[in-house]
Structures are given as C-alpha cells and as structure tokens.
Design a protein around this ligand. Sequence first.
Ligand code: SF4
Length: 333
Amino acid sequence: MSAPVPLEVGITRSAGSPAAGKRVLLAEPRGYCAGVDRAVETVEKALEKHGAPIYVRKEIVHNRHVVETLAERGVVFVEETDEVPEGAVLVFSAHGVSPAVHASAAERSLRTIDATCPLVTKVHQEAKRFARDDYDILLIGHEGHEEVEGTAGEAPDHVQLVDGPDAVDQVTVRDEAKVIWLSQTTLSVDETMETVQRLRAKFPLLQDPPSDDICYATQNRQVAVKAMAPECDLVIVVGSRNSSNSVRLVEVALGAGARAAHLVDYAREVDPAWLDGVRTVGITSGASVPEVLVRGVIDLLAEHGFADVQSVTTANETLVFALPRELRSARRA
Ligand code: SF4
C-alpha cells in the first residue's frame, strides 16, 4: 500500500470568480488504480495486436464509459466463454475467473489473455493454499460479485461466503481451530472489520489473512473520502452502480459525516436540486473511473458557481503492474 502522508488541503485551481463561500474539495487519490489501468491497457494492446473483434468475458472493469468506449472500438463483451467463437481471442476481466472458466476456455481452444488484477490473484493463491491445508475459508464479500465467484471457485469445497456482519449467524465450520477469513478486494474497511469481529466472537481461533486482501486503492480512496466528508454538504462519487468500490465510497462518505452523497456515471446525472443551499461539494471517483469523467463534474459545478477547487490529499500512489506476458513488448511509451 502507498504510505499515507499527512493530510494537506491546498487550492489547486480557481477559475472565474467563485460564488461567495462555494467550493469543491477534490479527493486524492481517486480514480484509476494500477489493476484497472493494466486491464484497460491489456484490451487496448490486444486490439492493436490481434485486430477486432476481441472478446472480453464480463465487463473488463465495472465502468459504463470504459465498456462503451471499448465496444465502439470492436471489443465484444460476453457473459460466458460459450458465446465466443472457437479459436478467438478472449480477455478475462480484472475481477478474475475460477479454474472452471479457464478450463471451459481451453476446451473451446480460445486464445486467452488474463487481465486479472495481481491483487485479486493474490487472494486466489491464499484460497488455494489454505484449502490445501484443509482450512474452512470464510470469504467476506458480496454474493454474486464476479470477483467472489472467481475466488470461491478456487476451492469451492472449503470456501463459505460471508456477505456482511448479519450473515455471521449462519456460518458453521468443521474445526474451529482451522478457520481463516479472506475478503473481496473492494469492500468497506470498517464494515469488513465489523464482520471479522463478529466472526471472531463466534470462532476465537479465527486466523487473519497473511496480508490485507482489501487492496491499497480501495483503502486509499476510502481514507481520502473520510478526510473530506465531515466538511461536505454533498459528496459526488463518480462511478458505476455495479462498481463495488464506488458504491462503498458513497457509504463511507455518509458514514464520515457528509450530509448527502450520490453516485453518478456522468456529469449530466448531477441533479441541480442537490446543490440547493450547498456550500461545499466533495468529489471523488471509484478505481475504475477515467479522470475525464471527474473533469466533467468539476466543469459542471463551476457553471453553478463552484469554481474554487481544493485538493484533499491523503496518499500518493505510484504502483504500476506489468502487462500480461503475451503483451509485454507492447506497453505504451
Ligand atoms: S481495485 Fe484493487 S484489486 Fe481491484 S483492480 Fe484496482 S488495485 Fe486491483
């Protein structure tokens, strides 16, 4: 994880003449994480190398704009491998896939490129390792989320999904001395810790994961939102509804004291009524959101008198992941 640095709030932009007292706080870090950047670039490079169409199983990352833009360039998004013509190029999304999906792609002789985020792969490795040692693995995550399906699919006989604190009552294990919790990478840190506390109250010998499963990007974006939310009348989170980490940012903002918080894909979805009586608007974006969409919201707010934009910086991120091996020579300059 990038090392947290002391909170600094500094004026970074002042366009036009800001209406008295109206300001925007802009969370930093926000937007693209290293895993999303790698996944999107993987698809772009695969398109360049192999030409359209390129097939992608599920959304490459959970963002409408990204998916629509790639679709316009010849990417075909499918739900399952059986929708892909035999022998075609198929990219697995950043959220990861189970061994069963790899096997079904191999059966169809698909040429696969795996854009799974390395931090998701790390959780897969943990699941495999603890299943090998015959642990009961309590996987904290959201039912139906692709990442959870992929991780659980590594060890279906050992993994139980725990979807939040209220699900703890239903959990049973074979041997209380061999229980470990793992988690989806994009959860609320606070809610996950609440779930863990309740699990530990029930299973005192519960083991922690070898390292944090909630990834650096999820944690950093939540810390930045928490820092600015108490000062905000309104927080706008740019992100899609199926983006787990974006939805968590809305919850974290409200939990940290923002008077209101909304999720939007595009600036045009901002309801002017939200701005009534508002003096401070916080803006952040999920880990799958390109910065151009945040710029759209900043420009829209400027039209409503919120031209004073100040950064709230809680960490600096420098992590970059290498492209999948088969595309490495194609990394952009
Ligand atoms: S949010 Fe975290 S786990 Fe997901 S792609 Fe980004 S870095 Fe990887």
